[in-house]
Ligand binder design. Structure first.
Ligand SMILES: Cc1cc2nc3c(=O)[nH]c(=O)nc-3n(C[C@H](O)[C@H](O)[C@H](O)COP(=O)(O)O)c2cc1C
Length: 236
């Protein structure tokens, strides 16, 4: 089994998708997973402390590479593999509302949306897990500093010890690697993650409806459904 896994910049369903792929790798010895990661995906993976886990799922080597939009440029030459039938399926999970909208309208200007376009042209089945489907969603937030709790200590242990120098007045999320050391070191509990409730916009729900109608694309409502979809592919 050779699966292409496309990751976009969504915090929602991110950890859940990693868990699914980690488990699949453990239970399916011949599974090879190539990752295609959008620019925002790369940033968000880091913020949630998952960069190391990506290397475990796509360790490098042929068909197990990690392809980053930042390095692959706009044309994303590796997408040619979909036309050469190198993959049994493309899984886009999690798919931001941005990426879902682009795919719904045939736009192919990122490593992920271009992979979807080439997969469709090559007859490779595409599975998409959009984050914004309907109603409200509860999403895990990256670390932030609560300025109302922060005591502005003269010597701030989180700032002193952060390996990425990401802790200042605020957490610089573009530097943060999500290690969580700062959370442990602040005696006042001023740095934390936490959950946020988000309303799904009408436009995003409509775009998911369009995705459901597109040829060659199957919309999955949760990352957990990825394992079943791949198991069904194995059977066929
Ligand atoms: C920490 C963090 C979490 C995010 N989570 C989401 C999300 O759950 N869903 C979403 O649609 N966008 C989310 N975004 C915004 C996207 O990253 C942004 O729209 C980006 O342009 C998407 O680009 P891409 O679709 O090419 O990956 C998040 C951004 C940050 C910084």
């Amino acid at each position: 089994m050779r699966i292409a896994w496309a990751i976009t910049g969504a915090g929602h369903f991110l950890r859940e998708t990693f868990e699914v792929f980690k488990k699949l790798k453990e239970t399916t010895p011949d599974l090879k997973v190539t990752s295609f990661v959008s620019r925002a995906g790369e940033e968000v993976i880091r913020m949630y402390g998952l960069a190391g886990e990506l290397s475990g799922i796509s360790p490098g080597g042929y068909l197990e590479e990690r392809f980053f939009e930042r390095e692959q440029g706009a044309s994303n030459p590796k997408a040619g593999r979909f036309l050469l039938q190198k993959y049994d399926a493309l899984v886009v999970s999690p798919a931001t509302s941005n990426t879902a909208a682009k795919i719904a309208y045939g736009i192919a200007d990122t490593i992920v949306t271009n992979a979807v376009a080439q997969a469709a042209k090559g007859g490779v089945p595409v599975y998409i897990v959009p984050v914004d489907i309907a109603g409200t969603i509860e999403s895990k937030m990256p670390f932030s500093k609560d300025r109302e709790i922060c005591m502005d200590c003269k010597l701030c242990p989180p700032a002193e010890s952060c390996p990425e120098q990401a802790v200042a007045d605020q957490i610089n999320l573009l530097r943060c690697s999500g290690c969580g050391l700062c959370v442990k070191l602040c005696s006042y509990g001023a740095i934390r993650g936490g959950m946020a409730k988000l309303k799904v916009r009408d436009v995003d729900a409509r775009n998911v409806g369009i995705l459901r109608e597109l040829e060659g694309i199957t919309v999955l409502d949760h990352p957990q459904s990825i394992s079943r979809a791949i198991a069904n592919l194995c059977k066929n």
